[in-house]
Design a protein around this ligand. Structure first.
Ligand code: UDP
Length: 403
């Protein structure tokens, strides 16, 4: 049986939401780009997401063969912690829509634990195989940073869906191993499929021109891109800069908005003040996804100081723009970055070690250029078309087995 039609379930990460603010980030980008690439290849994709505040059209066509369907469940502004209780209602409404339109799907692909519950139920009801990408896992998150506490239901659902899903997509060997170790997942059911990057948008540009456009001068620029929340470890970038001693004038640019009402941003700003760096750090807020190549190209180094990243799209986007990355050696980052070739991976959250790596890059034009070229070359093998082709094969094997 061929794969003609897929249902994507992404309950709380609407692919139309602007990434880099609130809870919207890599998962929203992933769902949209993967669906678009599969749609370009001819697969029909319906992306089901919960109706939230600001929805203009209930059904939105977002490209060839791809539409977003907003399903009403609970109040539009419901808090993420309250979504678990809304799952049965979402499922009922989704099924009502499906019946109204006479839709059947060859495969169901769910994203994140909440949606994985829906994916499992939809698969049970229709017989379509269930593919799940968890994006992040509760137990890994809790182990990565003391203080992160996850809903109890999350851990139960993750464990149950690991057992029931037909195929589990992991972004890195680390994630695959954690699935087996922490949740008892059957390793034979887990496929490693990396994330992707839009190579036509994220590409090298003339650094002088983009800096002029952004009103930047000849200072060395360290870039952070992402939502501002404790798990992202932005304080480490401030401490790193405080340790630097190259004699170069350095500026930190932070792109992205605080995910939780400003607390983490205040904390980082306070730290910058204490380290006498408040005049060297710019918080530019959320930037439109398609304008980000300007920032990546303006930067000398992109720093990803996260406690955990299941993949780390930002690192890959930076590399696609030819900008080396210095990052913590966690999760998917160790899969993307080639230590010593496309940037540096640091095993400890140690500002001195980070500073040393950043200084090596910014004090040598030759190293910066060769690492930048290697980074772009590495990213070229990771376009969304490539990811979609692998995913299509994954679906095809399942549908053939189900036939
Ligand atoms: N992003 C954006 N605008 C911003 C900040 C971030 O478009 O102002 C995007 C960024 O390009 C990336 C995503 O948000 O695609 C963040 O993904 P990542 O995997 O790095 O982190 P996550 O959000 O999944 O934790």
């Amino acid at each position: 049986m061929s794969v003609e039609r897929a249902a994507f379930i992404t309950l709380h990460a609407c692919p139309l939401a602007a990434p880099g603010q609130g809870k919207s980030g890599g998962m929203n980008v992933y769902v949209r780009q993967l669906a678009a690439a599969l749609g370009d290849m001819g697969m029909q994709i319906d992306i089901f997401t919960r109706e939230h505040t600001g929805v203009v059209n209930r059904i939105e066509n977002i490209g060839p063969n791809v539409r977003v369907v907003h399903i009403k469940a609970g109040e539009p502004e419901a808090h993420v912690e309250d979504l678990y209780a809304l799952l049965p209602e979402f499922l009922d409404q989704l099924n009502a829509f499906r019946e109204e339109e006479g839709l059947t799907y060859d495969v169901v692909h769910s994203h994140y634990w909440l949606s994985s519950w829906i994916g499992r139920e939809l698969s049970r009801a229709t017989g379509a195989p269930h593919v799940v990408t968890f994006h992040t896992l509760g137990l890994i998150k809790m182990q990565s940073r003391a203080g992160e506490v996850e809903q109890a239901e999350r851990l139960v659902v993750e464990r149950e869906v690991m057992a029931s899903a037909d195929r589990i997509i992991a972004f890195s060997p680390h994630e695959r191993d954690a699935m087996a170790r922490l949740y008892g997942a059957d390793a034979n059911k887990v496929s490693l499929v990396h994330c992707g990057v839009d190579l036509s948008v994220f590409r090298p540009l003339d650094q002088r021109l983009v800096r002029r456009r952004l009103g930047l001068n000849g200072e060395k620029i360290l870039l952070y891109v992402g939502r501002i929340e404790p798990l992202k470890g932005l304080d480490l970038l401030v401490e790193t800069t405080a340790q630097m001693d190259t004699g170069e004038s350095v500026r930190i640019i932070v792109v992205g908005a605080d995910a939780n009402g400003g607390q983490e941003m205040d904390r980082v700003m306070q730290l910058a003040k204490e380290r006498d760096l408040d005049g060297q750090i710019d918080f530019v807020g959320q930037v439109d996804h398609r304008d980000l190549p300007l920032y990546y190209n303006a930067a000398d180094v992109c720093v990803v100081p996260s406690y955990y990243e299941s993949f780390g799209l930002v690192a890959l986007e930076s590399m696609a723009c030819g900008t080396p990355v210095v990052a913590t050696r966690v999760g998917g980052l160790s899969t993307i970055i080639r230590h010593g070739h496309t940037g540096y991976l640091k095993s400890w959250r140690c500002p001195e070690a980070f500073a040393n790596s950043v200084e090596m890059i910014i004090s040598s034009d030759d190293l910066q250029q060769s690492m930048g070229e290697a980074a772009r070359t590495r990213a070229e093998g990771m376009g969304w078309d490539n990811v979609a082709a692998i995913m299509w094969d994954e679906y095809a094997v399942l549908t053939a087995n189900a036939a």
